[in-house]
Design a protein around this ligand. Structure first.
Ligand SMILES: [Zn+2]
Length: 123
């Protein structure tokens, strides 16, 4: 399948960089506002941690939200010509995680991570 691409540069930052997966989720200045640090390095450090499964689940949810919102911001800019500020996305992701934590807070696995949940909700 051949899909013509009019402009292959990243629309989220001003770097005039070709939009590759590596750029969008690692090098892009817009993305770095959501998650500073090297994507691969952060994933490796999470994998190496001996966290409780609930904590891993929440971290995975945060990463899923970051990737989802980055892709959505990219599509809104490209197809709706709407700029999505990284700060707005950060607030949205925090709200979504708090809702998720609220739904899970009475579960046994969440009970064992009360301190972690409290820390997430307060930050
Ligand atoms: Zn970019």
């Amino acid at each position: 399948m051949h899909i013509p691409v009019e402009d292959g540069t990243c629309c989220l930052c001003d770097g005039q960089q070709i939009e590759t997966t590596m750029h969008l989720f690692a090098e892009c200045d817009w993305f770095k506002q959501l998650l500073p640090g090297e994507f691969k390095q952060v994933l490796e450090s999470i994998k190496a941690k001996h966290w409780k499964p609930f904590k891993k689940e929440i971290v995975a949810a945060i990463w899923g939200a970051v990737i989802y919102h980055t892709w959505r911001a990219r599509n809104w800019k490209k197809f709706k010509h709407t700029i999505v500020q990284a700060g707005i996305v950060i607030v949205q992701i925090k709200k979504e995680i708090v809702v998720r934590l609220d739904l899970l807070k009475l579960s046994r696995k969440a009970h064992r991570c009360r301190g972690y949940i409290q820390k997430l909700i307060c930050n």
